[in-house]
Design a protein around this ligand. Structure first.
Ligand code: PLP
Length: 485
């Protein structure tokens, strides 16, 4: 494919974009229980207008864009006071939860190297911590130990974290809340452990930290998880989740500047401009900063409390319906706005496709280390009005999955998949697996078979299959003469 020879009118280009988006998951109706947090049309309009106003400004150089410096420091200040930090706390605005957590790990690593002389630092995290911490270990070549969680509550036990600590350990991680089951790790206990053993403690509040203080104000039992807990040294919190900001909006906060210093990268050792990057991005659009700042002013504390109340009521109503259904069970009692439910006698994976046909998007999660395969729901303020429509559809999908013959793999196939080893993953095996899963244009035709197959494999083999899948998916269109339509 080549760059189109001639330009087209704005109207034509917009029509092309609209056509390209026609097959995307619709989200405006609030029927998606993942990926999108919907604040309604007015919130969307404010965010878009603010984003467009600062789209082109570049936070690479805050000395010439004082507006962006102001947005960032004010957003961080509001985040610190939301999480009960004191005047010593600092932070930065990042592109998302993953970047915030990567930076927390990078700062901890360099802090350990410079201040403690630990050349090869190690971190300890619950297996329920978001996979972005494993990505951090992978990118920054760090060692880590994944600690199993309590099989009933899915919270990590502090004693189990303590047992995993080694002389090179520098960082503990806890979540408030963790994504998979929506529960809050015992952060106060982890704080005590961190202080006792002279370790850093990062609290991953990417999905929970903005919302949970509002839930507490609404009377929900939310334990302390923020800077009020002694021993917590950094917290990540996303605005592009429950603050309803456009994607690309998160903060990483530190208890002290002394720790944050290790996050910053500078280079005067090349021939170009002086590089000073507090975060991973260098050139950085002002759009997400301006939109986040604008929404904090547009909705205000009052607006966010109202949204939290709607979210809490929707979560409680859905959790109640799942508790009342004899065929499924909540994996854990929800402590936030996230629900995971599973079934003991049948596979829940077909529920994803069955619900998709009814216009809903719910998210499958594979089984791992005591957490069986389940369906995950991220509930937001837009869910509340749809609960009466959602619950009967969900009950029907559960019933169909329970009685469906497509809900299991043939025994022989399950055995074969379970026996695959990483070294068996040749291109031929991958090709056969994709054919068995049923794909069209490189994408699976439905999600049930592929999830059943992945769930039957050893996790390291499933990881290789997923790598191969995306390596095949992101390939340029083949025809070199084709003009994009
Ligand atoms: C607890 C937690 N941490 C980190 C992340 C990663 O955030 P992002 O997808 O914005 O990179 C998520 C995403 O859902 C999360 O729930």
């Amino acid at each position: 494919m080549r760059i189109p020879e001639k330009g087209r009118s704005r109207a034509e280009v917009m029509a092309l974009l609209e056509a390209a988006g026609a097959g995307d998951l619709p989200w405006r109706e609030g029927k998606t229980f993942a990926y999108v947090y919907e604040g309604g049309r007015d919130v969307e309009e404010v965010a878009k207008a603010a984003y467009m106003r600062f789209l082109t400004e570049n936070a690479l150089d805050p000395t010439v864009y004082p507006s962006l410096l102001r947005f960032e420091t004010e957003i961080v200040a509001m985040a610190i006071s939301h999480l009960r930090g004191d005047s010593g706390c600092v932070g930065n605005f990042t592109s998302g939860g993953t970047e915030s957590c990567l930076l927390a790990v990078k700062a901890a690593r360099d802090h350990a190297r410079r201040e403690r002389g630990i050349a090869e630092p190690h971190m300890v995290l619950p297996v329920t911590a978001h996979a972005c911490f494993q990505k951090a270990a992978h990118y920054f070549d760090m060692d880590m130990t994944l600690v199993p969680v309590d099989p009933e509550t899915f919270k990590v036990r502090p004693e189990a974290m303590a047992e995993a600590i080694r002389p090179e350990t520098i960082l503990l991680v806890g979540s408030a809340c963790q994504y998979a089951h929506g529960v809050i790790d015992p952060i106060a206990d982890l704080g005590r452990l961190a202080l006792e053993r002279n370790l850093l403690l990062h609290v991953d509040g990417c999905i929970g930290a903005f919302l949970l203080p509002y839930f507490r104000r609404l009377g929900a039992p939310v334990p302390d998880f923020d800077f009020a807990v002694p021993g917590v040294t950094s917290i990540s919190m996303d605005f592009h989740k429950y603050a309803y900001a456009p994607k690309g909006a998160s903060v990483i906060l530190y208890r002290s500047k002394a720790l944050r210093r290790h996050q910053i990268f500078t280079a005067a050792t090349w021939t170009g401009y002086s590089v000073i990057n507090p975060t991973i991005q260098s050139t950085k659009s002002g759009g997400p900063l301006a939109a986040t700042w604008a929404l904090l002013h547009y909705l205000g504390d009052e607006g966010y409390l109202r949204f939290a109340d709607r979210t809490l009521r929707a979560t409680r109503a859905i959790a109640e319906a799942i508790r009342a259904n004899p065929h499924v069970r909540l994996l854990a009692e929800p402590e936030s706005s996230l629900i995971a439910f599973a079934a003991d006698d049948f596979s829940v994976f077909p529920i994803v496709d069955l619900m998709r046909r009814k216009g809903w998007f719910v998210q499958p999660q594979l089984g791992y280390m005591g957490s069986r395969a389940n369906i995950h729901l991220s509930i937001d303020q837009s869910t509340l009005d749809l609960v009466p429509e959602f619950l009967p559809d969900l009950a029907e999908a559960i019933e169909s999955a329970r009685t469906s013959s497509s809900a299991r793999l043939p025994d022989e196939m399950a055995r074969m998949l379970g026996g695959l080893r990483p070294e068996d993953m040749t291109p031929e095996t991958f090709g056969r697996l994709m054919a068995a899963a049923g794909t069209r244009d490189g994408l699976p035709e439905g999600t049930t078979t592929i999830n059943l197959m992945l769930d039957a494999m050893k996790p390291e083999v499933a990881g290789l299959v997923m790598t191969e899948f995306f390596n095949e998916l992101y390939v340029p269109p083949r025809d070199p003469e084709a003009v994009p339509q």
